[in-house]
Design a protein around this ligand. Structure first.
Ligand SMILES: [Zn+2]
Length: 237
């Protein structure tokens, strides 16, 4: 086990161009639960996939608003994973492609980020298109123009931002190491991104549960914060 951690740390430190593909497991140490675990609140009523769908936003806006508000954790702070990824950006060419919508990579100082599923911290009115401060949205989802405010996140049934997709693919195709962190890569098309890696690129997976992929990879079955503590350790240089 420690052996795979050390191997992963060495490979990350040796690389010059990295892409981090991050998921819910990166936010858990900041106290943000995976939204799927919130469905308990609504037990028997609806699946989180429905509550975060375009249909729910349109047909049952109150239900959508009540659920989406539970995803906000304005007092959450970046943890060692976010911080170390941001620190690596000072030494290497780093792109973060995140499924997370919580804004914590930005809060940690990462600059080169693709928010693959959007961000909760950008809200706008669906009627007039005006940007609305998050604090206002958390008080009410009704805009003064009469329109409904929503966060700029990709809901189920909605299309991904094409620019985000092409930027992700380009970063992956030119990286010498791809590091999957805190995600089981079950959500398509995010999960399909690794197929664009260069032939000689290293693929490293850091996740609490092992992943079975069709590509050779180094599997580190460990909490990501344990591995990133090692990366921060100067003695490993
Ligand atoms: Zn409006």
């Amino acid at each position: 086990m420690h052996d795979t951690i050390n191997q992963a740390v060495k490979k990350i430190k040796a690389s010059r161009s990295l892409v981090f593909l991050t998921g819910a497991g990166v936010s858990v140490p900041s106290g943000i639960p995976d939204y799927r675990s919130l469905s308990g609140v609504y037990q028997g009523i609806a699946a989180p996939e429905y509550l975060l769908s375009h249909t729910c936003l349109k047909e049952e806006p109150d239900k959508f608003y009540a659920f989406v508000k539970k995803l906000y954790h304005p007092s959450a702070r970046p943890n060692i994973i976010h911080e170390q990824i941001a620190a690596l950006e000072k030494e290497k060419y780093v792109t973060v492609v995140s499924q997370n919508i919580d804004g914590l990579h930005q809060a940690a100082g990462s600059q080169n980020i693709v928010n693959f599923h959007g961000s909760l911290y950008h809200c706008y009115c669906q009627n007039c298109g005006e940007t609305v401060p998050v604090a206002e949205y958390l008080k009410s989802d009704k805009h003064f123009c009469g329109g409904q405010i929503r966060p700029d996140i990709v809901l189920y049934e909605e299309a991904l931002d094409e620019q985000n997709v092409s930027k992700s693919i380009q970063a992956i195709a030119t990286a010498d190491a791809i590091v999957v962190v805190g995600t089981s890569l079950k959500v398509y098309p995010f999960s399909g991104l690794i197929q664009y890696q260069a032939p000689n690129a290293e693929l490293i997976v850091i996740n609490q549960e092992p992943l079975y992929l069709n590509y050779p990879h180094l599997m580190v079955t460990e909490k990501a914060e344990v591995v990133f503590k090692k990366i921060s350790n100067k003695e490993n240089h």
